[in-house]
Design a binder for this molecule. Structure first.
Ligand SMILES: [Zn+2]
Length: 193
């Protein structure tokens, strides 16, 4: 009889031990999830934007443009050619490339926001995004890609798009590539004939 009650006692204390172990584990998991959430909040701005294209020198303006558009497309954004100015006392240019979300968003009561206008045309891409870079024509064969000083020029103010074909610039580039491919194809055919 004594033996039996002792066994029960041990089992009970064992159960208590397991229970507290389980509780400790649950507390650990809750703490872990909290920490992960904190970290995710800290890094989420990075996840919803793209890094600046690396500073580099290209031999032509077209090469530089194709490179930054490919970089942007990879991150589901696009550039738009912005202001072009002459570098002081020279014939060489400085070109700014802006995010295609640059420009002030239309006010809410703007006619573009009416239901009919929205049905007629694509919604505006303008979000007031300031993401931008500069290209400096150093010589005839040297185009330098430079970052603009200012943190505001390195962050998009809206998340990447679902599909890169929603950016007119990428649609244009894709069309140009298709045209080039078909002209090469036709050139090949005329060579055969
Ligand atoms: Zn942007």
């Amino acid at each position: 009889m004594n033996q039996t009650s002792k066994t029960v006692e041990i089992n009970e204390s064992e159960a208590g031990y397991h229970e507290s172990e389980n509780l400790r584990f649950v507390e650990f998991v809750i703490q872990f999830v909290r920490e992960i959430r904190k970290i995710r909040l800290q890094i989420s701005p990075v996840l919803t934007t793209m890094p600046l294209p690396p500073e580099a020198i290209y031999s032509t303006e077209e090469e530089l443009y194709a490179s930054i558009q490919a970089w942007a497309a990879h991150h589901h954004y696009a550039f738009r050619i912005g202001r072009s100015t002459k570098i002081h006392n020279t014939v060489r240019s400085r070109i700014q490339y802006n995010c295609d979300g640059c420009g002030p968003p239309p006010p809410l009561n703007h006619p573009d926001n009416s239901l009919q206008a929205r049905k007629r045309q694509r919604p505006t891409r303008k979000t007031g995004c300031q993401f931008s870079i500069a290209a400096i024509e150093r010589t005839n064969t040297q185009w330098e890609l430079l970052h603009r000083p200012g943190k505001e020029y390195s962050i998009h103010n809206y998340p990447p798009s679902q599909s890169i074909s929603s950016h007119p610039a990428h649609r244009k580039l894709a069309q140009a590539e298709m045209n080039q491919a078909s002209s090469l194809h036709n050139a090949g055919k005329s060579n055969i004939i």
